[in-house]
Design a protein around this ligand. Structure first.
Ligand code: MSP
Length: 484
């Protein structure tokens, strides 16, 4: 059986999730469910990134201990993912003991390779992002990633010999051109590497809330070496010897501002530790409002739970996927979400199911006939799009089939038909709906399950997406979506 391992970034716990942070989790859930209907053995990992100065400070502000603080926020993440119907297999926290053990273990491997040395760092530091920055990297004297103020820092530090891996990284990309998706993100890191790689600081002296650095206990390990290792500790490394089976089929879903850490720094750490790189890094774009990144610090965060309560998790998942390609940036608009509920979910999909089942309930004959709609189903194109992580394209092709099926109703006017002819049209409609529900399952799982239950069948798999015989007696239920 094929294996599929998908991860999301682990989230900083300085605040509750917003739709920008929820996006990677929704995308990963869709990929996980897609691979499940393909019949593969899937492992889906998400979690929280709980160490570092930022968290220490946030906890202090709230008058709580770091541990009390992170425990509370980690629960908020879990409950939000539940609202969004996210079916992860493990929720990892960087304060988990087995994770801390794995971080110490990988640091030791890197050290044994001779890739860690002590030096001094002098430059700029962005506290919220916990990153050191050079003069050249600053943008108008501020942090290029978050736009906030930076402070001058001079600190003794331990460094990782990142520069040693320049050529090895470039050959990783040239030997595996789909290591980073989309291609333009691969080119971006490649060009930056060609400008030269600096060694990387991997410890912090001033930060107490972190994993101790065994070589020198007056330091803690910098958040990125800690955080990235979650992808291994989450599947039981170093004690689980079977981790390679999942690891060789792994995909990290990450936002564009952390592509560098995943496509450059992470593979370099792994090369140093003698571990293969992950299979792929899928880099998504930003959700914006009026072109501005959605972020708590910009004061434009949108609460996904609020949207779920008002419109349902399926409506939100659908709207986020149908609005833009994964790697593009896109403006989020509630108006567009509502238009999609009314036009696409309620009218195209909801009506198709409702009117078909209304006719089926009144019909007493045999639900059988000859497939007439199967030629309209572009299954190979959908599979190809999903293999390329193009969820937007896949969903669009599925929707074309829904539209074709609606057109079939208008063309054949089943309300005017009788007996065998009606049985034939209804057979085609029911089989089309079953296939549609199967293909939509990764995207809108609640709705698909409701359709399966109205059809009187249990969920089907990708291999069942062909017209066969009907053995159930469908029963109409509530309309799938109400217009808003
Ligand atoms: N803790 C690190 C990741 C460590 S992974 C080993 C981190 N956390 S974060 O909470 O700041 O961000 C998590 C993810 O949220 C990032 O991938 C980031 O791209 C994503 N997003 C935050 N705001 C976003 C939008 N407005 N739109 C889309 N994604 C955005 O970085």
């Amino acid at each position: 059986m094929g294996k599929f391992y998908v991860t999301t970034p682990i989230f900083y716990v300085n605040d509750k999730p917003h739709i920008g942070t929820a996006y990677a989790v929704i995308v990963a859930d869709i990929l996980a469910r897609w691979h499940k209907i393909k019949g593969e053995d899937v492992f889906f990992l998400t979690g929280t990134d709980e160490h570092g100065e930022k968290i220490e400070k946030s906890a202090e502000k709230m008058g709580k201990s770091p541990k009390e603080f992170v425990d509370e926020i980690a629960e908020k993440f879990k409950s939000t993912w539940k609202e969004l119907n996210i079916e992860y297999d493990k929720f990892i926290r960087t304060t988990d003991k087995d994770h801390e053990y794995a971080v110490a273990f990988i640091t030791d491997l890197i050290n044994k390779k001779g890739d860690i040395y002590k030096g001094e760092y002098e430059g700029w530091y962005c506290v919220p992002d916990e990153t050191f920055l050079t003069d050249l990297e600053l943008k108008d004297g501020r942090c290029p990633a978050c736009g906030r103020e930076v402070k001058k820092m001079k600190e003794e530090n331990y460094f990782f010999k990142l520069s040693k891996y320049q050529e090895k990284l470039l050959s990783l990309y040239s030997n595996n051109s789909s290591f980073v998706i989309p291609d333009f993100r691969l080119r971006e890191v490649e060009n930056r590497i060609k400008e030269g790689l600096h060694d990387l600081d991997i410890t912090r002296k001033s930060v107490k809330w972190g994993i101790p650095f065994e070589l020198d206990k007056s330091f803690t390990i910098y958040v990125w070496l800690d955080a990235l290792t979650n992808y291994l500790s989450g599947i039981g490394w170093p004690n689980n010897k079977d981790f390679t089976e999942l690891w060789s089929n792994s995909v990290h879903v990450v936002g564009k501002e952390i592509n560098w850490f995943h496509s450059v720094i992470w593979p370099a750490f792994l090369m140093s530790a003698g571990i293969d790189p992950p299979k792929q890094v899928l880099v998504h774009g930003w959700w914006t409002i009026d072109g501005k990144k959605i972020s708590k610090s910009f004061g434009n965060a949108i609460d996904p739970v609020d949207l779920v309560k008002r419109y349902s998790s399926d409506a939100l998942r659908y709207a986020l996927i149908k609005e833009k390609r994964i790697w593009d940036d896109g403006d989020f608009s509630e108006e567009s979400l509502k238009a999609r509920i009314n036009g696409e979910l309620a009218a195209d999909l909801g009506n198709l199911v409702y009117r078909t089942l209304t006719l089926v309930e009144k019909f007493e004959g045999e639900l059988e006939g000859t497939p007439e709609l199967d030629s309209k189903l572009k299954l190979n194109k959908i599979v190809e799009a999903m293999d390329n992580f193009d969820t937007y394209l896949a969903l669009s092709i599925i929707w074309d089939f829904i539209k074709e099926t609606n057109k079939y109703v208008t063309d054949r006017e089943p309300w005017k038909l009788k007996e065998k002819e009606l049985g034939n049209v209804l057979y085609n409609l029911l089989e089309a709906i079953r296939i549609i529900a199967t293909l939509l399952y990764p995207f809108i799982p609640h709705t698909s399950n409701r359709i399966f239950s109205q059809l009187g069948i249990s969920a089907s798999k990708l291999e069942d997406c062909k017209f066969t015989e009907i053995h159930s007696r469908p029963r109409k239920g509530e309309p799938l979506f109400k217009k808003v």
